[in-house]
Write a protein that binds this ligand. Structure first.
Ligand code: X2X
Length: 338
């Protein structure tokens, strides 16, 4: 069969509907549980590719009883809105950074402390180990359920439309977008920047209209959100790691019979693990891809940035806020901080 555009369109449509299944199941009709999964990333991001795959597998393995529809790109509302809807039960599943979730679960910030993790093996050991278990315990106190495996968002880099960021001094007064999160705001205040909390849904526009001059995200996010269209420079600061907890509304979760819950959890956790590997594979070419789109990279020395956080009292402040227990779990996982 020759590959025509029409065939391609047809087969793409078929695969998003899960062609292997009877149409009734594929369209979610007749499912006992029609659940929504929201996130803030474009459909092309690995988190969405793996989430759609997860939904197909759940539909297949539950014989169509559980139908999860994935809503990318903040279609159901900004992160702040979607979190409220998740709590109210209007959305059943939501993948969200722990640092944004921290507006509800303060200790979920702990994994984003500046320069805590130096590499991925340390991140996954911590997040799949004691630190992750501690955070999931905190999340559970707020009537949300977090799946065991967190999705990767990546090590974050700083971009700008106006100038290269070489040292912490370059951040002085710099109009920086940060996600709506106490930790993010506090960290960029400690750098002496001028941070503004803006949801991902408004990020591109805020850069385009120069409400802010810069932002920070992992290269995969910069690519997926097309930020290279509105940002010129990228400083490889690796100033923090971030991930997305896959959260469920507790009532919606407990409405699922235990055997179905096990199937959903299994596929959601597998999706997160697969997405981590996708991002790792993409990391090798991402800088070159963004360079070909016109971005200019530099690699600042991290010590000066770290020192700035230390002298601004950032580590002492957050140790106080998060408490000795959380801090010692983090230091046991990641090494001495501050
Ligand atoms: O809002 C962001 O910058 C993003 C997409 O990285 C998060 O969800 C934290």
């Amino acid at each position: 069969m020759s590959i025509t555009r029409r065939n391609l369109v047809k087969s793409a449509a078929a695969s998003t509907l899960g062609i292997a299944l009877p149409m009734k199941f594929a369209l979610g009709q007749g499912a006992e549980f029609n659940y929504k999964l929201a996130n803030n990333l474009p459909p092309s991001h690995a988190l969405n590719v793996r989430s759609r795959e997860m939904a197909d597998k759940v539909r297949a393995e539950t014989n169509g009883r559980v139908d999860i529809q994935v809503f990318p790109s903040s279609q159901l509302g900004s992160d702040t809105d979607a979190l409220s809807q998740l709590r109210a039960g209007g959305i059943e599943f939501f993948t969200l950074s722990g640092l944004i979730l921290a507006t509800l679960v303060p200790k979920a910030s702990i994994s984003g402390i500046g320069f805590a993790f130096s590499d991925y093996p340390t991140v996954w050991k911590a997040m799949d180990g004691d630190l992750g278990a501690f955070i999931r315990g905190e999340i559970a106190k707020s009537n949300l359920v977090a799946m065991d495996k967190i999705f990767d968002n990546g090590f974050r880099q700083m971009t700008s439309s106006t100038k290269l960021i070489n040292t912490a001094v370059d951040l002085k007064g710099f109009k920086m977008r940060v996600p709506v999160s106490p930790l993010w705001t506090s960290m960029f205040k400690a750098f002496d920047a001028a941070p503004t909390g803006i949801n991902a849904s408004e990020l591109y526009t805020s850069l385009q209209t120069k409400v802010v001059d810069g932002q920070e995200n992992a290269l995969t996010g910069i690519m997926a959100l097309k930020l290279y269209e509105v940002q010129k420079y990228c400083a490889m600061t690796n100033h923090m790691w971030d991930g997305f907890w896959c959260l469920a509304n507790r009532k919606a979760w407990e409405r699922l019979p235990a055997n179905l819950r096990d199937i959903v959890a299994k596929h959601m956790n597998a999706a997160a693990v697969a997405e981590r590997a996708d991002l790792a594979a993409q990391a090798e070419s991402m800088q070159a891809d963004l360079t070909s789109k016109g971005m200019v990279f530099n690699t600042p020395k991290p010590e000066g940035f770290r020192e700035k956080l230390r002298t601004a009292g950032f580590y002492a402040e957050w140790k106080g806020k998060l408490g000795d227990e959380a801090w010692s779990i983090l230091e046991r996982s990641a090494g001495k901080l501050g």
